[in-house]
Design a protein around this ligand. Structure first.
Ligand code: 6R9
Length: 656
């Protein structure tokens, strides 16, 4: 906690809102003040007005918020709408009908454009295909796809017929896919033969086949396979069907099914501090409202923008800011299929110039990686189409911020460093580009309607500037998660129990400066953030312990100049394996983690040790391990340590 405070406490630069940006912004200072006032005075009216103005309802709602079962809140619950209708059909009126909804560039340079009218057609064909395969309202459909237009089409097709999608990031392993298929009991899996990544094929269908072995407890009856890489695959008779065959005889007319506002739209798995990733689920109307409004406010999206969020649709950022938020606003969304530095480190900049991209939303880890490659790569390209830059996933260090602002944004683009989570559905704390001055490293202020607070251990508000504490939200908002799939107790325990159900507890710590700007200080639980991806220490530890040679493992994060955080694993071997070759074991353990979770969870550093430092009550002393992994001198109190001799040994634990 203290290290990140120190490095940003000295940050005093401030960049005012450019006057020409403010003049044209969707949200100006006066509207911001008015919205904040309305939200404070009459939240029901504030949210109700926004929901009526910005969404098209099949059946209008009367009730705004129901809180009798709090914290199981319900929003607009007696209203009905269809999310796909709001994202596509309503833009078919007038000129936007033939404007590009999606512009996609393949890793091989191929370009495809789908207008709103074409997206409408493709979505309906596929929605009918899903129905034909037996998918009904409320059924779960898993999507394990590359970044291709069909991934977006599949999500919208689910929304159109009321199926609940669960998108599994294509970089996740067969094992991770299997867990999600089991937990959701999805009936249909949509995948591709393979995905292109840095010129190589990721064999998605092969992973899917492994996940679908008969002995597993899944419910998948049908696998729909898109041909993308031409990779040779097995098609199982009676189970697998090509995308093209599934849609061939379908009608291009599939009416959008009106859904209850609270019907779940999707389930998305994310890591917590304990156990396996949990299935966060979101509502239809509240989620759509919040992803739409935040896109409009924070990214200032306009009809003429070409907007690019670089996230994969397998993450929440891809859900809210590749698909639902921008499409609900009728924007033109750019999609890129492949690896960021392929075939060279200027791929992003070449695409921005080629497609005239005006809004770019990416992650600090990417910014740092590009920064390291040198300025000559972006300098080769005309980046003057850019007018706004965004960042998400982890704190942005001021150096990366300055580089992004100067070298990519030419000093003229506001930077939106957006703090939010899978659970919050959309941005929570972010600068408004026409209103809020930027301070490098700060996410600025809570958005209208969002009541973010900092509290101490006892749950009291921390009002003094620059004092860190728990980041909590003390009022419900429409985009909030509605629960953990199949596990209401875990929802309460994870997010609400810490302070007696009074606040939503984000799991982050933060401080506020004298201007009320928020500065994020990282997680306070055992969740790590590697390249902007959330990973639970428990998850990685259980993957390591699943190896036959491992008796015990503890994983901690160490600062990393590109990834933000890297994993360091302390591993205790079983007796009979203590003589095994450590380099070989290290490689085997990394392979094991890749197989059970995915390459993103592979530890950078594996250290073998005889025991782990534990308190007398048997708890692993992670803080101590963290210091050791960072090579810091131990200043913590170690008097509760069961065996002090262990310190000596850990300091010299053999690295692999
Ligand atoms: C959207 C997303 C959420 C966690 C969150 C926090 C970290 C995200 C951040 C940030 C500092 C930002 N985080 N954005 N920290 N500044 N702008 O990333 O969702 O994958 O659920 O991760 O990421 O720690 O709690 P998710």
């Amino acid at each position: 906690m203290s290290t990140s405070i120190d490095s940003t406490l000295s940050e005093t630069r401030s960049f005012p809102v450019p006057a020409d940006f403010a003049r044209q912004a969707n949200l100006d200072a006066e509207m911001f003040a008015r919205l904040n006032q309305q939200a404070a005075e009459d939240p029901d009216r504030f949210w109700g007005d926004l929901a009526r103005r910005h969404l098209e309802w099949a059946v209008p709602f009367q009730l705004v918020l129901e809180a009798d079962q709090a914290p199981f809140y319900r929003w607009f619950a007696d209203g009905q709408l269809n999310v796909a209708h709001n994202c596509v059909d309503r833009h078919l009126r007038g000129a936007s009908r033939h404007k590009a909804a999606l512009i996609w560039e393949g890793e091989d340079g191929a370009v495809r454009t789908l207008t709103y009218a074409q997206l409408h057609r493709e979505m309906q064909l596929f929605a009918n295909a899903l129905k034909h395969q037996g998918v009904r309202k409320g059924d779960r459909v898993a999507i394990y796809m590359p970044m291709v237009p069909e991934a977006v089409i599949a999500m919208l097709a689910c929304a159109r017929i009321g199926a609940i999608h669960t998108v599994v990031f294509g970089g996740f392993s067969a094992e991770a896919l299997k867990d999600r298929l089991e937990d959701t009991q999805a009936r249909v899996l949509i995948t591709a033969d393979g995905a292109w990544r840095a010129g190589k094929v990721v064999p998605l269908k092969r992973h899917a086949d492994q996940a679908l072995l008969r002995e597993h407890g899944h419910a998948v009856q049908r696998v729909i396979v898109l041909r993308r890489t031409g990779t040779e695959i097995d098609m199982q008779d009676g189970r697998d069907i090509w995308w093209g065959d599934a849609t061939a005889a379908m009608s291009a007319d599939c009416p959008a099914l009106p859904m209850q506002a609270e019907d779940p739209l999707f389930i998305l798995y994310t890591s917590g501090s304990t156990g396996k990733p949990k299935g966060v689920f979101h509502s239809s109307a509240g989620y759509l409202l919040w992803s739409m409004l935040t896109t409009r406010w924070v990214f200032d999206v306009k009809p003429e923008d070409v907007y690019w969020c670089t996230a994969d649709v397998g993450w929440i950022t891809g859900h809210s800011y590749v698909v639902y938020g921008p499409l609900a606003n009728g924007a033109t969304v750019f999609l890129y299929e492949g690896a960021p530095m392929y075939p060279q480190p200027d791929r992003f900049w070449a695409m921005i110039a080629r497609h005239g991209i005006s809004i770019l939303y990416t992650a600090p880890t990417a910014i740092r990686a590009f920064m390291k490659m040198g300025d000559e790569w972006p300098r080769r390209h005309d980046l003057s189409s850019l007018r706004l830059l965004g960042s998400v996933g982890e704190p942005m260090n001021p150096e990366a911020w300055m580089w992004y602002h100067q070298t990519i944004g030419g000093g003229r683009c506001p930077v939106a460093d957006t703090w939010w989570q899978t659970e919050t559905g959309g941005h929570m704390i972010a600068p408004l580009p026409g209103v809020t001055a930027n301070k490098p490293g700060s996410c600025a202020l809570p958005l209208p309607g969002i009541s973010a607070r900092i509290v101490d251990d006892q749950g009291n508000f921390v009002r003094a500037p620059d004092v860190g504490g728990y980041l909590v939200i003390d009022r419900p908002w429409p985009g909030m998660l509605r629960g953990i799939w199949g596990d209401p107790a875990r929802y309460l325990e994870n997010y609400w129990a810490r302070f007696d159900h009074r606040y939503y507890v984000a799991g982050d710590s933060a401080r506020r400066d004298a201007d009320d700007y928020f500065w994020m200080m990282g997680r306070i639980d055992d969740v790590l953030n590697v390249s902007g991806h959330r990973l639970g220490t428990a998850e990685v530890e259980s993957a390591l312990v699943a190896h036959p040679a491992v008796a015990e493992a503890a994983v901690v994060g160490v600062p990393h100049d590109i990834k933000g955080e890297a994993l360091c694993a302390f591993v205790v071997l079983k007796h009979r394996h203590q003589g095994d070759d450590r380099d070989e074991l290290g490689a085997a353990l990394r392979a094991q983690v890749t197989e059970l979770i995915g390459a993103i969870a592979r530890p950078d550093d594996i250290r073998f040790t005889d025991t782990l430092p534990k308190t007398r009550s048997g708890k692993i002393m992670r803080r101590l391990l963290r210091s050791i992994a960072r090579g810091e001198t131990i200043v913590q109190d170690t008097s509760t340590l069961e065996d002090e001799g262990i310190l000596q040994q850990l300091g010299t634990a053999k690295k692999s």
